[in-house]
Design a protein around this ligand. Structure first.
Ligand code: NAI
Length: 421
């Protein structure tokens, strides 16, 4: 008990020496896991001396698990994440032909990790394709359990598909399937409960961190009862559950229609002055453009599974790419969380010492923040920024930076440790 992270009355209780399960991962997972843990350990030691320490506990998944146990995702691994509440993982190869679509999806579903959280923050010195990367500071809340990703799909030509098509046409009166004989189908479940818990987590996060806005990103103009409903449930939630702390764009529009633009602008300004969170919405395609042109208009983003997938990679590219983009899958209700590198196993560079451990290190930093070990987290941020500003980087960033020094995976991690002051 003494070394377990717990959830008590909705609050995380973290012992001074928590046991943290970790999955090494396949491919470059082996290269980046050890160096990343070394950086996290050094930051914790710097911040808290001997009084706090992470006890790393390896659990198996992926190819290593298959070699040792004959299965890619042993039950003990899932049990360990349940028992210790939070953990961290490297990338995993998606196994072919074992009845599992993806190990990551299996982990998310088993633990019901309904938020995929991706903070998008620029480090001084990192090459960026946008003109003012210092103005990029966004936090993506991607819904992780619903939408077209539920995996309910029917392949064209199969018996079930014909049955489903006939049901749609004969029972539901559907007339607009363009090529009924050769169509595949996919189902997009989106629930009020699932949407609300995601948007609630985004609002609570914004409140806790004093962030200016939450933007609901959706394609509700086309998919009215799924994406449109997501937006409306979000606005209802913001107004009904967080009314004293938010001002919504819907309220703005209502005042404008009833009393004119001047009154609406005044209400918006008053809300901003009072420190209220502005809740607004944007259509996904417009968001992809706007986030490039006016990144400073966006802070917390709440969005559905597929939109979130696209958005995460575009925003990651704005601040240096997947090599340094961290992520976490979290159930904000029961506290379960798995922090993870967002990139894949990069088989093309595995074992060469070229991999950037930044994504996994920063995922570890998110974990420290989640645990409330903020001083240690800040140490890593500062040291990493210092390392980038000296242009001492791994090969992915080296090719984009003039006058840079090329470091291997372990040299880069050691350099960060050296810069922890
Ligand atoms: P990938 O992310 O592994 O590689 C894409 C490109 O980015 C490659 O050129 C690679 O060398 C480079 N790259 C990735 N991480 C890097 C790092 N840390 N430092 C420097 N360069 C890096 O994506 P890919 O090739 O599509 O997938 C390979 C395998 O990984 C597949 O089996 C896939 O299913 C799996 N995958 C696993 C994920 C996870 O476990 N979260 C996420 C994405 C893919």
């Amino acid at each position: 008990m003494a070394n377990k992270v717990n959830l008590l009355h909705g609050q995380l209780v973290v012992p001074d020496q928590p046991i943290i399960p970790f999955i090494e991962g396949d491919g470059i997972g082996k290269d980046i896991t050890g160096p990343s843990q070394k950086v996290i350990d050094a930051a914790v030691a710097k911040a808290y001396g001997n009084s706090r320490k992470i006890i790393w506990k390896e659990v198996l998944a992926g190819e290593k698990a298959f070699a040792q146990t004959g299965t890619h995702l042993p039950d003990e691994t899932l049990e360990a994440f349940k028992e210790y509440l939070i953990g961290i993982k490297g990338p995993l190869t998606t196994p072919i032909g074992e009845g599992i679509r993806s190990l990551n999806v299996a982990l998310r579903q088993t633990l019901d990790l309904f938020v995929c959280l991706r903070p998008i923050r620029w480090f001084k010195g990192v090459p960026s394709p946008v003109r003012y990367p210092s103005l990029v500071d966004m936090h993506i809340f991607r819904e992780n359990t619903e939408d077209i990703y539920a995996g309910i799909e029917y392949m064209a030509g199969e018996e079930k598909t014909k049955k489903f098509r006939d049901f749609l046409i004969n029972e539901m009166g559907v007339t607009n399937i363009r090529f009924p004989e050769t169509s595949s189908f996919g189902i997009k479940p989106v629930s009020q409960e699932g949407s609300e818990r995601l948007i609630r987590a985004a609002l609570e996060y914004a409140i806790k961190r004093d962030l200016p806005s939450v933007t609901i990103v959706h394609k509700g103009n086309i998919m009215k009862f799924t994406e449109g409903a997501f937006k409306n449930w979000g606005y209802n939630l913001a107004e009904n559950e967080f009314g004293s702390k938010t001002f919504t764009w819907r309220q703005y529009e209502k005042i404008k229609a009833e009393r004119g633009k001047m009154d609406a602008d005044k209400a918006l300004n008053d809300a901003k002055k009072a420190g209220k969170i502005i809740v607004k919405d944007v259509i996904t395609d417009a968001f992809l453009q706007e986030s490039l042109l006016r990144p400073f208009d966006y802070s917390v983003i709440a969005t559905m599974n597929l939109n979130g997938d696209y958005i995460s990679d575009q925003l990651a590219a704005m601040v240096g790419g997947i090599g340094i983009s961290p992520g976490a899958n979290i159930n904000f209700k029961n506290g379960y969380a798995i922090f993870e590198a967002t990139h894949g196993t990069a088989p093309n560079i595995a074992g060469t010492g070229q991999a950037n451990p930044g994504s996994l290190i920063l995922s570890g930093v998110m974990m420290l923040e989640y645990m409330g070990w903020d001083v240690a987290a800040e140490h890593v941020y500062d040291a990493m920024e210092h390392t980038f500003s000296k242009r001492r980087v791994t090969s992915d960033l080296y090719v984009q930076m003039e006058g840079a020094t090329l470091l291997s995976t372990t040299e880069f991690a050691d350099e960060i440790i050296k810069n922890i002051h």
